[in-house]
Design a protein around this ligand. Structure first.
Ligand SMILES: [Zn+2]
Ligand SMILES: [Zn+2]
Length: 272
Protein backbone atom coordinates (compact mmCIF):
# COMPACT_ATOMS: atom_id res chain seq x y z
CA UNK A 1 0.00 0.00 0.00
CA UNK A 2 1.31 3.44 -0.85
CA UNK A 3 2.08 5.64 2.13
CA UNK A 4 0.30 8.96 2.02
CA UNK A 5 2.71 11.86 2.24
CA UNK A 6 0.69 14.07 4.44
CA UNK A 7 3.09 15.99 6.64
CA UNK A 8 3.29 19.73 6.16
CA UNK A 9 5.01 22.63 7.88
CA UNK A 10 3.83 26.24 7.74
CA UNK A 11 5.93 28.91 9.42
CA UNK A 12 3.38 31.55 10.41
CA UNK A 13 6.01 33.88 11.88
CA UNK A 14 9.67 33.71 12.82
CA UNK A 15 11.85 36.28 14.56
CA UNK A 16 12.24 38.29 17.75
CA UNK A 17 8.76 39.84 17.37
CA UNK A 18 7.00 36.47 17.51
CA UNK A 19 7.34 32.83 16.53
CA UNK A 20 4.70 30.31 15.51
CA UNK A 21 4.92 27.28 13.24
CA UNK A 22 2.19 24.80 12.29
CA UNK A 23 3.12 21.14 11.84
CA UNK A 24 0.38 18.93 10.40
CA UNK A 25 0.16 15.20 9.88
CA UNK A 26 -2.77 13.37 8.35
CA UNK A 27 -4.67 13.50 11.65
CA UNK A 28 -2.90 15.97 13.99
CA UNK A 29 -2.11 19.68 13.95
CA UNK A 30 0.40 21.21 16.34
CA UNK A 31 1.65 24.73 16.79
CA UNK A 32 5.27 25.11 17.85
CA UNK A 33 5.24 28.22 20.07
CA UNK A 34 2.73 31.06 19.86
CA UNK A 35 4.59 34.33 20.32
CA UNK A 36 2.06 36.33 18.34
CA UNK A 37 -1.28 37.42 19.76
CA UNK A 38 -4.09 34.89 19.56
CA UNK A 39 -5.85 37.10 17.04
CA UNK A 40 -2.76 37.29 14.81
CA UNK A 41 -2.13 33.53 15.00
CA UNK A 42 -5.74 32.89 13.94
CA UNK A 43 -5.51 35.50 11.16
CA UNK A 44 -2.38 33.91 9.74
CA UNK A 45 -3.80 30.39 10.00
CA UNK A 46 -6.86 31.48 8.01
CA UNK A 47 -4.60 33.28 5.52
CA UNK A 48 -2.87 29.93 4.93
CA UNK A 49 -6.18 28.13 4.48
CA UNK A 50 -5.93 26.42 7.88
CA UNK A 51 -8.84 26.16 10.30
CA UNK A 52 -7.74 27.44 13.75
CA UNK A 53 -10.29 25.12 15.37
CA UNK A 54 -8.44 22.13 13.92
CA UNK A 55 -5.29 22.86 15.97
CA UNK A 56 -4.84 20.14 18.62
CA UNK A 57 -2.15 21.62 20.90
CA UNK A 58 0.72 24.08 21.29
CA UNK A 59 4.26 22.91 22.09
CA UNK A 60 6.46 25.48 23.86
CA UNK A 61 10.23 25.69 23.30
CA UNK A 62 11.07 28.24 26.04
CA UNK A 63 9.60 31.09 28.06
CA UNK A 64 10.77 34.12 26.08
CA UNK A 65 7.82 36.31 25.15
CA UNK A 66 8.42 35.99 21.40
CA UNK A 67 7.55 32.29 21.90
CA UNK A 68 4.83 32.33 24.57
CA UNK A 69 3.13 35.74 24.22
CA UNK A 70 -0.09 34.32 22.79
CA UNK A 71 -0.36 30.88 24.37
CA UNK A 72 -2.74 31.66 27.24
CA UNK A 73 -5.45 33.35 25.18
CA UNK A 74 -5.00 30.91 22.31
CA UNK A 75 -5.33 27.89 24.61
CA UNK A 76 -8.50 29.31 26.13
CA UNK A 77 -10.06 30.32 22.85
CA UNK A 78 -9.35 27.03 21.10
CA UNK A 79 -9.73 24.88 24.26
CA UNK A 80 -6.45 23.10 23.58
CA UNK A 81 -3.62 21.96 25.87
CA UNK A 82 -0.19 23.56 26.09
CA UNK A 83 2.76 21.17 26.19
CA UNK A 84 5.52 22.75 28.26
CA UNK A 85 8.31 21.64 30.59
CA UNK A 86 7.77 22.17 34.32
CA UNK A 87 10.70 24.59 34.62
CA UNK A 88 9.57 26.62 31.61
CA UNK A 89 6.06 26.83 33.06
CA UNK A 90 7.42 28.10 36.39
CA UNK A 91 9.44 30.75 34.53
CA UNK A 92 6.42 31.66 32.42
CA UNK A 93 4.35 32.15 35.56
CA UNK A 94 7.04 34.30 37.20
CA UNK A 95 7.21 36.67 34.24
CA UNK A 96 3.58 36.84 33.11
CA UNK A 97 0.86 38.73 34.94
CA UNK A 98 -2.75 39.40 34.05
CA UNK A 99 -4.26 42.89 33.87
CA UNK A 100 -4.68 42.93 37.68
CA UNK A 101 -1.09 41.97 38.32
CA UNK A 102 -1.98 38.42 39.33
CA UNK A 103 -0.06 35.34 38.32
CA UNK A 104 -1.65 33.55 35.46
CA UNK A 105 -2.15 29.85 35.04
CA UNK A 106 -2.58 27.74 31.97
CA UNK A 107 -5.78 25.76 32.48
CA UNK A 108 -4.86 22.81 30.35
CA UNK A 109 -1.22 21.94 30.29
CA UNK A 110 0.76 18.81 29.76
CA UNK A 111 4.30 18.58 31.04
CA UNK A 112 7.04 16.99 28.99
CA UNK A 113 10.71 16.52 29.77
CA UNK A 114 13.65 17.30 27.56
CA UNK A 115 15.10 13.99 26.33
CA UNK A 116 11.85 12.05 26.81
CA UNK A 117 9.79 11.26 23.74
CA UNK A 118 6.04 11.89 23.84
CA UNK A 119 3.12 11.58 21.49
CA UNK A 120 0.31 13.90 20.47
CA UNK A 121 -2.18 12.27 18.11
CA UNK A 122 -0.11 10.49 15.46
CA UNK A 123 2.92 12.79 15.86
CA UNK A 124 5.85 11.50 17.89
CA UNK A 125 7.85 14.33 19.46
CA UNK A 126 11.41 14.30 20.75
CA UNK A 127 12.38 17.39 22.76
CA UNK A 128 16.11 18.01 23.21
CA UNK A 129 18.05 20.57 25.20
CA UNK A 130 19.55 23.54 23.37
CA UNK A 131 21.99 26.18 24.72
CA UNK A 132 20.03 29.44 25.22
CA UNK A 133 19.52 31.91 28.07
CA UNK A 134 16.20 30.45 29.21
CA UNK A 135 15.54 28.02 32.09
CA UNK A 136 14.90 24.83 30.08
CA UNK A 137 15.00 25.58 26.33
CA UNK A 138 14.37 22.80 23.81
CA UNK A 139 14.35 22.07 20.12
CA UNK A 140 12.04 19.42 18.69
CA UNK A 141 12.07 16.69 16.15
CA UNK A 142 8.60 15.58 15.09
CA UNK A 143 7.89 12.33 13.30
CA UNK A 144 4.74 11.10 11.57
CA UNK A 145 3.91 9.06 8.50
CA UNK A 146 7.60 8.13 8.15
CA UNK A 147 8.65 11.80 7.89
CA UNK A 148 11.01 13.46 10.41
CA UNK A 149 11.12 17.21 10.89
CA UNK A 150 13.70 19.13 12.92
CA UNK A 151 12.92 22.53 14.43
CA UNK A 152 15.69 24.29 16.24
CA UNK A 153 15.96 28.06 16.85
CA UNK A 154 17.20 30.24 19.72
CA UNK A 155 20.52 28.57 20.44
CA UNK A 156 23.96 30.03 20.98
CA UNK A 157 25.83 27.24 19.26
CA UNK A 158 25.38 23.70 17.93
CA UNK A 159 26.54 21.20 20.55
CA UNK A 160 26.96 17.51 19.64
CA UNK A 161 23.58 16.44 21.08
CA UNK A 162 21.77 18.91 18.84
CA UNK A 163 23.73 17.79 15.77
CA UNK A 164 22.82 14.19 16.62
CA UNK A 165 19.12 14.89 16.95
CA UNK A 166 19.01 16.70 13.61
CA UNK A 167 20.35 13.72 11.67
CA UNK A 168 17.99 12.00 9.25
CA UNK A 169 15.49 14.86 9.01
CA UNK A 170 13.42 15.28 5.84
CA UNK A 171 12.99 18.95 6.67
CA UNK A 172 15.12 21.21 8.83
CA UNK A 173 14.15 24.56 10.24
CA UNK A 174 17.23 26.10 11.86
CA UNK A 175 18.15 29.51 13.17
CA UNK A 176 20.27 31.81 11.01
CA UNK A 177 19.98 34.80 13.30
CA UNK A 178 22.67 37.31 12.52
CA UNK A 179 25.63 38.29 10.43
CA UNK A 180 28.53 38.86 12.81
CA UNK A 181 29.76 42.00 11.02
CA UNK A 182 26.30 43.56 10.93
CA UNK A 183 25.81 42.71 14.61
CA UNK A 184 29.18 44.14 15.67
CA UNK A 185 28.65 47.36 13.69
CA UNK A 186 24.92 47.62 14.45
CA UNK A 187 22.91 49.74 16.86
CA UNK A 188 22.56 47.33 19.80
CA UNK A 189 24.22 48.23 23.13
CA UNK A 190 27.42 46.25 23.70
CA UNK A 191 25.84 44.16 26.46
CA UNK A 192 23.08 43.01 24.11
CA UNK A 193 25.60 42.25 21.34
CA UNK A 194 27.56 40.13 23.81
CA UNK A 195 24.39 38.28 24.81
CA UNK A 196 23.41 37.53 21.22
CA UNK A 197 26.94 36.35 20.35
CA UNK A 198 27.36 34.24 23.50
CA UNK A 199 27.04 30.47 23.78
CA UNK A 200 23.50 30.95 25.11
CA UNK A 201 22.46 33.59 22.59
CA UNK A 202 21.53 33.09 18.96
CA UNK A 203 23.02 31.14 16.06
CA UNK A 204 24.89 33.27 13.50
CA UNK A 205 24.82 32.71 9.74
CA UNK A 206 28.42 31.50 10.01
CA UNK A 207 27.66 29.06 12.83
CA UNK A 208 24.84 27.56 10.77
CA UNK A 209 27.18 27.41 7.77
CA UNK A 210 29.69 25.55 9.91
CA UNK A 211 27.03 22.98 10.81
CA UNK A 212 25.99 22.60 7.15
CA UNK A 213 29.60 22.10 6.09
CA UNK A 214 30.75 19.77 8.84
CA UNK A 215 27.79 17.85 10.26
CA UNK A 216 24.78 18.11 8.03
CA UNK A 217 23.94 14.77 6.42
CA UNK A 218 22.47 16.27 3.24
CA UNK A 219 19.27 14.30 3.62
CA UNK A 220 16.73 17.10 3.99
CA UNK A 221 14.47 17.94 1.10
CA UNK A 222 13.83 21.37 2.55
CA UNK A 223 15.90 23.71 4.67
CA UNK A 224 14.24 26.70 6.29
CA UNK A 225 16.44 29.46 7.69
CA UNK A 226 14.63 30.92 10.69
CA UNK A 227 14.63 33.59 13.42
CA UNK A 228 16.52 36.05 11.20
CA UNK A 229 17.32 39.31 12.97
CA UNK A 230 15.76 42.32 11.29
CA UNK A 231 18.51 44.58 12.65
CA UNK A 232 21.57 42.39 12.30
CA UNK A 233 20.98 40.28 9.24
CA UNK A 234 19.85 40.49 5.67
CA UNK A 235 17.91 37.70 3.95
CA UNK A 236 20.33 37.63 1.01
CA UNK A 237 23.39 37.36 3.28
CA UNK A 238 21.76 34.49 5.20
CA UNK A 239 20.78 32.71 1.98
CA UNK A 240 24.17 33.16 0.31
CA UNK A 241 26.08 32.02 3.39
CA UNK A 242 23.96 28.85 3.63
CA UNK A 243 24.22 28.14 -0.10
CA UNK A 244 27.98 28.54 -0.05
CA UNK A 245 28.22 26.20 2.93
CA UNK A 246 26.09 23.58 1.20
CA UNK A 247 28.56 23.60 -1.70
CA UNK A 248 28.08 20.42 -3.67
CA UNK A 249 25.06 19.54 -1.57
CA UNK A 250 23.45 22.67 -2.96
CA UNK A 251 22.39 20.61 -5.96
CA UNK A 252 20.14 18.66 -3.59
CA UNK A 253 18.11 21.79 -3.20
CA UNK A 254 15.98 22.72 -6.15
CA UNK A 255 15.37 26.43 -6.40
CA UNK A 256 12.66 26.83 -3.84
CA UNK A 257 13.87 24.30 -1.32
CA UNK A 258 16.12 26.61 0.64
CA UNK A 259 13.60 28.92 2.22
CA UNK A 260 13.70 31.90 4.54
CA UNK A 261 11.10 32.24 7.27
CA UNK A 262 9.83 35.78 7.75
CA UNK A 263 8.56 37.86 10.63
CA UNK A 264 5.65 39.67 9.05
CA UNK A 265 4.09 37.11 6.73
CA UNK A 266 3.67 33.34 6.68
CA UNK A 267 5.88 31.16 4.53
CA UNK A 268 4.15 28.96 1.96
CA UNK A 269 3.46 25.50 3.38
CA UNK A 270 6.20 22.93 2.90
CA UNK A 271 4.64 19.56 2.02
CA UNK A 272 6.49 16.32 2.55
ZN1 LIG B 1 13.18 33.82 20.02
ZN1 LIG C 1 14.74 33.00 23.10
Amino acid sequence: MLATMAVSVTVLASGSKGNCTLVSSSTTRLLIDAGLSCREVMRRLLLCGEDPCAVDAVLVTHEHSDHVGGIRVLARRLKIPIYITDATYQAYQRSMRDANGNRIALDRREHFRSGTRFQVGDISIMPFTIPHDAVDPVGFTLSADGIKIGICTDLGYMPPNVRDHLRGCHMLMIESNHDLELLRGGPYPWSVKQRVMSNVGHLSNDALANFLTSDYDGGAEFLILAHLSEQNNHPEIARTTAERALGDQRSLFLQNRLMLAAQHEPLAAVRL
